[in-house]
Each structure stands twice: as structure tokens, then as C-alpha cells.
Design a protein around this ligand. Structure first.
Ligand SMILES: Nc1ncnc2c1ncn2[C@@H]1O[C@H](COP(=O)(O)OP(=O)(O)OP(=O)(O)O)[C@@H](O)[C@H]1O
Ligand SMILES: [Mg+2]
Length: 471
């Protein structure tokens, strides 16, 4: 999903003549061009500017082209790099291509060749990005709700019914009950299935960014808006917009979303053009929105708009009948075949599952990793369940991690990669604010490359506006 209107190119070459020639060829094609005379300056530009393709000279002062290529591939893996080489060092260019550069150009540059290589690099970049997006969707997405209890059958019927219409849907349920699975299942069964499913986590989004995240912005709309960018409403055009954790959205953002729903159109932040929206909205929350409305934390008018088709997913403890099928499904996904003895199943049925299906999935992971042997009995299972915290007293809390506060209680229930990410995000927020928002200083303090830090901040949406650069 390219966010800028026109592709952005960076040229890194120490010869001013080459920089100028390339820049003018590319600017004529309406590309957005930056230039740098060495790789260090180039990477500073990459830190600031969203870039699609880099032209990189193989012979450079300070940091050589091959070494720079390695840095760039490490910090900006989504970039395509085209090497520029003189006839004398073609072998270096070839080595660069083996090391992950997209292609190389030989000096003197030919106009046609420059344009063809650039277009191809952009096309490949787009394909790769699309591919990453699809893969992410496939690997993250459990497509169907598994289970055969009366409760989950009812949910499935509602999903079916909801998919057939274009009405807004509000999915409620405790953490880990399968709200996201249901939202994706609705999308996949709807007429919009071949259009994007775009998720917005309203709780994770800093208040200052949510508007530009949802509606996009024009270049210059605020200090850090260096290029224009599509918002999630626009990216989801024709498809489904999943507003997750809607109960945590600020009142001001609620007002804006309500307006877009009412008018079916919007403007980007700082933009004048009115854009028609065409999205089916599916919202989800683990909060009681009626209560939130009564307390003035949630707009009643928005609640009514969202809650056209309500789907409630009951907690796992109210549908213990789903446990065997779910467990079997998770174990099968992990290519583990373990039979549960009857007393083990009884134990699972009486557990109260504060983390719901997610907790069950994590238990399956533990079983797959720690248990070798064809069957598992109550006593063995007890050992594994206890590690998940929450069996003995029903509501046992996960123990606090030493020295770290304010991480979600559910951290220890998450799978490894989610937990790692929660921690990394919290850690970076803390370090960035401790270092007054200065990237270079923070990077030095915690011992990572500034470019790498920058990429991580971007990934976690850590408030870019508050990030000041050192004067
Ligand atoms: N009925 C189900 N069948 C198969 N997998 C399920 C089911 N319900 C939940 N899961 C799995 O459990 C995990 C949690 O589900 P999901 O993310 O949809 O929950 P959620 O309700 O959105 O939770 P949260 O409120 O914490 O975001 C996921 O790994 C999901 O694939
Ligand atoms: Mg969810």
C-alpha cells in the first residue's frame, strides 16, 4: 500500500553530475526525488522520508556502497535498491545484486535503462508489499469459528446472516473470545471478500494520531506530515473496516467517526477534497457500551449507529462443550497428536478460562512443547495449566514482571511474539519519553541504530509528532 501519491526515489552518489542527471530524469516522470552525496546522509534522509527506491553508487566515500546496501536492507527491508557502477567495478555491482540489490545500472547512464529499471523496481516493491500483506492476513487469520456448542452455533448463524447484508455490526465479548475471528469470517463471506479487510486498533492508537490514521492527511497538514497519506477508511475502500476495541476510542474521535458514518464522506486532515467512503464497518469491544454511554464515556448516537446487528460471543466458561474441538484444532495446527484422558478433559471443563480461547490456544502450545508422549492425564495437565496462571483461584493474576509496570495483565497469556511486541512497544515509549523524544539520543542510550529505532517507532505508531530531532 503506497501511501504517497507519487513514488519517492533517493539517489546516493558522490558525483554531483550523476545526481543531477538522475534527478532530472526521474523528476520529469513526476517521481519525488531526494539526493545525498554519501550513504550516511542518505540514511538520514531514509529516516525522515518515506522512500520506495534507492539508487546507490558502489564507490562512495565514508561508507562504501556494499556496506551501505547491507545497512539499508537491514533497516528498511521493504526498499528496493538499484546500484550504480562504473565499468571498472561491475563485479561489485554483481555482488551487490547477489546481496539483495534489485539490479544495477552502468555508467554512463542511459535514459531508457534508468526509467525501465526504476519502473520495475517499483512494480516489484508493490508486489512484495501486497504479498506481505496477504501473508500476514493468512497467517494471522483463523478463518472459521471452531466449536459445536449451541452458543457458538448461534454466533455462526449470526455471522452468516450478517455477511449477507451490508449493515454495521457490533461484536461484543470478553478478551480472547474470538471477536476478530468473527469479524474476518463476516468479511470473507460477504460480497466484499475480495476487497481489503482493514483493522484499526482504537485502543493502541495515540489520541494525537487517530484522526490522521483513520482519515489520512495531506502533505504539510502538520509538522511531520512530510507526504500525503491515505487513511484506513480510504485503504479499506470497497471492503471492511474493523474498528477493534471501539470502547477505548476517545470522545473526539467518536464524533469524527460518527460524522463520516452519517455523511458517507470525509476529508483528509489538512485536505479540502471530499472523498466518498465505501466501507462496511464492523466494530468490536470487550466493554459494556451501554454502560459506557450511561456514564458519558461513549456517544449514544454512535452506539446506535454501530449496533445495527449485535453479535455477542459468550465466554468460554459458558460453553465448555467447545473445549475438546478447539483444543484438538489447535494441537493439529501445531502438528501434535496427543490424546486427552477423560479426567484431563473434566479438568478443562471446570477451569474458568479468564483468557478464553486465547488462553486455550496458549495451553495447546505448552502441551505441544512440553509434553512428549501419546496421552495426557489430569495430573500432567494440571502442571501445564498452572503455568498459565488462573486455575487455582479461578482469577489468579499473572505475576508482575520485575521492574516493569503498567504492562497489560494479559501479557503472560499472549503468545510469544505478541508478548514480545507489547513489551517492546512499552519499552520504547518509556525510553523515548525519557530522552525527550530525541531519536539519536534514545538510540545511543539503548544501543540500537537510529534507523532501526525509527523503523520500530513507526511500526508501533509511537507518537511521531512528539519526536523532536536534535537541533
Ligand atoms: N471459535 C474459535 N475457533 C478457532 N479459533 C478461535 C476461536 N475463537 C478464538 N480463536 C483464537 O483465539 C485467539 C483469540 O481470538 P481473537 O483475537 O479473535 O479474540 P478477541 O475476542 O478479538 O480478543 P481481544 O478482545 O483480546 O482482542 C486467536 O488466536 C483466535 O484465532
Ligand atoms: Mg481482538
Amino acid at each position: 500500500m503506497g501511501h504517497t501519491m507519487s513514488p519517492a526515489i533517493l539517489i546516493i552518489d558522490d558525483e554531483p553530475g550523476i545526481r543531477q542527471a538522475l534527478a532530472s530524469i526521474l523528476e520529469d516522470e513526476k517521481y519525488h526525488v531526494h539526493t545525498a552525496e554519501d550513504a550516511v546522509a542518505g540514511m538520514e534522509i531514509l529516516n525522515r522520508e518515506k522512500t520506495d527506491v534507492v539508487f546507490l553508487d558502489v564507490l562512495l566515500p565514508k561508507l562504501g556502497g556494499l556496506e551501505a546496501l547491507e545497512h539499508i536492507r537491514g533497516s528498511w527491508p521493504e526498499l528496493e535498491v538499484v546500484m550504480i557502477s562504473g565499468h571498472a567495478n561491475i563485479d561489485m555491482a554483481v555482488r551487490a545484486v547477489k546481496g539483495g540489490a534489485f539490479d544495477f545500472l552502468e555508467k554512463p547512464l542511459s535514459l531508457d535503462k534508468v526509467l525501465t529499471v526504476c519502473r520495475n523496481a517499483l512494480a516489484i516493491g508493490n508486489l512484495r508489499e501486497e504479498n506481505r500483506r496477504l501473508q500476514k492476513n493468512v497467517s494471522l487469520a483463523q478463518r472459521e469459528l471452531i466449536g459445536d456448542s449451541a452458543a457458538i452455533n448461534k454466533v455462526r448463524a449470526l455471522v452468516e446472516q450478517a455477511a449477507a447484508s451490508d449493515a454495521r455490526i457490533l461484536i461484543t465479548g470478553e478478551n480472547g473470545t474470538g471477536k476478530e475471528v468473527a469479524a474476518r469470517a463476516i468479511h470473507l463471506r460477504s460480497a466484499r471478500a475480495d476487497r481489503p479487510f482493514v483493522e484499526v486498533n482504537c485502543a493502541a492508537m495515540p489520541e494525537t494520531l487517530i484522526e490522521s490514521e483513520l482519515f489520512g492527511h495531506e502533505k504539510g497538514a502538520f509538522t511531520d506530515a512530510v507526504s500525503s497519506r491515505k487513511g484506513r477508511f480510504e485503504i479499506a475502500r470497497g471492503g471492511t473496516l474493523f474498528l477493534d476495541e471501539i470502547g477505548d476510542m476517545s470522545l473526539s474521535a467518536q464524533a469524527k467517526v460518527l460524522r463520516v458514518i452519517q455523511e458517507q464522506k470525509m476529508e483528509r486532515v489538512g485536505g479540502e477534497k471530499t472523498i466518498d467512503t465505501d466501507v462496511r464497518i464492523v466494530a468490536a469491544t470487550n466493554k459494556n457500551l451501554e454502560e459506557a454511554c450511561a456514564r458519558g464515556r461513549f456517544r449514544q448516537d454512535l452506539y446506535f449507529r454501530l449496533n445495527v446487528i449485535p453479535i455477542h460471543i459468550p465466554p468460554l466458561r459458558e460453553r465448555p462443550g467447545d473445549i475438546p474441538l478447539l483444543l484438538c484444532h489447535f494441537l493439529k495446527n501445531m502438528e501434535t497428536e496427543i490424546k486427552l484422558e477423560n479426567d484431563a478433559l473434566e479438568l478443562l471443563a471446570s477451569h474458568d478460562w479468564p483468557g478464553n480461547v486465547r488462553e486455550l490456544r496458549n495451553l495447546a502450545e505448552r502441551i505441544a512443547v512440553m509434553h512428549s508422549g501419546g496421552s495426557i492425564n489430569r495430573k500432567e495437565l494440571m502442571g501445564l495449566l498452572n503455568k498459565s496462571g488462573g486455575l487455582t483461584a479461578g482469577k489468579t493474576r499473572s505475576p508482575a514482571l520485575p521492574g516493569v509496570t503498567a504492562l497489560p495483565d494479559t501479557l503472560l497469556e499472549q503468545n510469544f511474539s505478541d508478548a514480545k511486541e507489547s513489551f517492546e512497544k512499552r519499552y520504547l515509549e518509556f525510553q523515548i519519553s525519557k530522552n525527550n523524544g530525541i531519536i539519536s539520543r534514545t538510540a545511543e542510550a539503548i544501543g540500537i541504530y537510529p534507523s532501526n529505532l525509527h523503523a520500530k517507532l513507526k511500526k508501533y505508531g509511537i507518537a511521531a509528532q512528539s519526536i523532536k530531532r536534535e537541533p
